[in-house]
Design a protein around this ligand. Structure first.
Ligand SMILES: Cc1cc2nc3c(=O)[nH]c(=O)nc-3n(C[C@H](O)[C@H](O)[C@H](O)COP(=O)(O)OP(=O)(O)OC[C@H]3O[C@@H](n4cnc5c(N)ncnc54)[C@H](O)[C@@H]3O)c2cc1C
Length: 449
């Protein structure tokens, strides 16, 4: 291991950047997180992460990693009002027209605003001696060695009114700049190829509005989740409590059935989701305007396929792959990828040479499972653009089988649990094809007939 003091740079201080910085702090003397925004102390929105006002949930796998990497954060979030809930017992879920069985489990998630979660991660990192936030800097390009074989730093302009330019050198640079990351342009400027892209767009629109939870509200659920079903039921919605006695009400429409953000349109869309949903929303007091969001396509840049790649440079998070957010995967996949980065550095004994390209392949493999989950159902909307067609026998069987499983879940709690573990990225999708699971699916299918 090289004994020189070493510095890593993480570009972007949103969730992927924060996971990465936390991991790299175990391997570097100094980790700089460079960010264009000024970062608030508390749970406040900022321009660089416009989606942070929308409903966000961290999947079970992400929460497990959070407990490992940010010990004590779960308790702090709960102290600040986050609500632990039993995913299988506390949530009333309507899927494909059926209410799913509810039963007590050990599958606990945490309901809180994305802003609270991100502020908590930032707070933990501010306490870490090796991590330093450099705010109000705009990343403008990459610094390389003479032959542009290796990234040696980054170029920035300070947002101080004069656009003062500066360069930060580093032994490793990580791009966590989100969906609009300029890495493809930076690569081509250095003489590399831009990556191929895959995208699947189901033209999903989001709208989120926060309400005060009515004092006397009564229902047999703590949370309500209505799922859209392709090809002809594009609307879905959910009501989740967050900190401070607030309901986060989110509605989504796929296939260009975008939910409106104006008051009347919002209420009408809520009415179309059924009495249970509408009854809750109509009597609640809105606390803020409704925020809409489009631009939700799953989009993946295939950095792993490039034959030439500058060493010491890694791409992570939404910059690598942005998922259709309805599946709630982005923050968790970023966490799993960051952990893989730490493992790769450890396996290499701290030697960073030649590490970047294999790591990108590993991040791609991590992305595969979530990508499959996020894009398979989306391909069934008539307006969807992109993605390979399900033409092979195996694809067609897989799609048919998952449809059977989703129907069977409403009758069989075991199947619900099996699907949940895959959906929450705790188990691979292949586990749904285990003989025991398939048997239960087919048994339910026969019983139904
Ligand atoms: C509507 C919506 C709902 C979502 N819901 C969920 C959910 O429920 N669960 C989940 O896990 N994920 C969800 N996601 C995805 C989640 O928001 C992202 O995966 C998560 O924010 C991690 O993204 P990131 O850190 O890679 O990039 P981003 O969050 O986009 O952050 C990029 C960062 O880079 C900074 N930056 C960008 N360009 C520059 C520059 N040139 N110089 C300096 N700084 C720069 C930005 O200011 C920002 O801080 C949702 C996304 C959307 C759009």
């Amino acid at each position: 291991m090289n004994n020189q003091p070493r510095r890593a740079i993480v570009m972007g201080a949103s969730v992927a950047g924060l996971w990465t910085a936390r991991i790299l702090a175990d391997h570097f003397d100094e980790v700089l997180i460079l960010e264009r925004d000024s970062l608030p102390e508390g749970p406040e929105p900022r321009p660089g992460v416009p989606q942070s006002r929308q409903y966000h949930i961290m999947l079970l796998k992400g929460l497990q990693l959070m407990d490992d990497l940010f010990p004590g954060l779960r308790e702090e979030l709960i102290e600040a009002g986050a609500i632990p809930f039993d995913t299988l017992n506390d949530v009333a879920v309507r899927s494909r027209g059926n209410w799913l069985p509810r039963f007590p489990s050990t599958q606990y998630l945490l309901s809180c605003s994305r802003l609270l979660l991100e502020a908590g991660m930032r707070r933990h990192l501010r306490r870490c001696d090796r991590v330093r936030f450099v705010e109000n800097v705009n990343m403008t390009g990459l610094e390389t060695d003479g032959g542009a074989q290796r990234i040696t730093g980054v170029h920035v302009t300070h947002r101080d009114g004069n656009d003062r330019a500066a360069t930060f050198s580093a032994d490793l640079v990580v791009d966590a700049l989100g969906r609009r990351s300029p890495t493809p342009e930076w690569l081509t400027a250095l003489g590399y190829d831009a990556p191929a892209e895959s995208s699947v767009n189901s033209f999903l629109g989001y709208v989120t509005r926060r309400y005060r939870i009515p004092d006397k509200f009564q229902a047999d659920w703590r949370m309500l989740m209505l799922l859209a079903t392709p090809p002809d039921q594009p609307r879905g919605g959910l009501i989740f409590p967050e900190e401070n006695g607030v309901w986060c009400v989110m509605m989504a429409g796929a296939n260009k059935d975008y939910p409106p953000t104006d008051d009347d349109g919002f209420v009408e869309f809520a009415r179309s989701l059924g009495t249970e949903f509408f009854r809750a929303v109509q009597d609640a007091e809105p606390l803020a305007q409704a925020y809409g969001y489009r631009g939700t396509e799953s989009r993946r840049r295939h950095y792993e396929k490039l034959t030439r790649w500058p060493d010491r440079y890694v791409v992570i998070g939404d910059a690598f792959c942005g998922f259709n957010p309805i599946y709630g995967q982005g923050m968790t996949v970023a966490a799993i990828s960051a952990v893989a980065m730490g493992d790769a550095i450890r396996r290499a004994g701290g030697n960073l040479d030649g590490l970047a390209q294999p790591l990108l392949r590993q991040i791609s493999a991590i992305t595969d499972g979530a990508w499959l989950l996020a894009t398979s159902a989306d391909k069934d909307w008539p307006e969807t653009v992109g993605g390979a067609q399900k033409e092979g026998l195996a694809d067609r069987f897989g799609a048919w089988y998952i449809g059977q499983l989703l129907d069977a879940m409403s009758k069989d709690p075991m199947l619900r649990l099996a699907f949940l573990e895959v959906n929450q990225l705790v188990k691979p999708a292949a586990s749904l094809f285990a003989p025991g699971v398939m048997l239960r699916v087919f048994r339910q299918g026969l019983a139904h007939r």
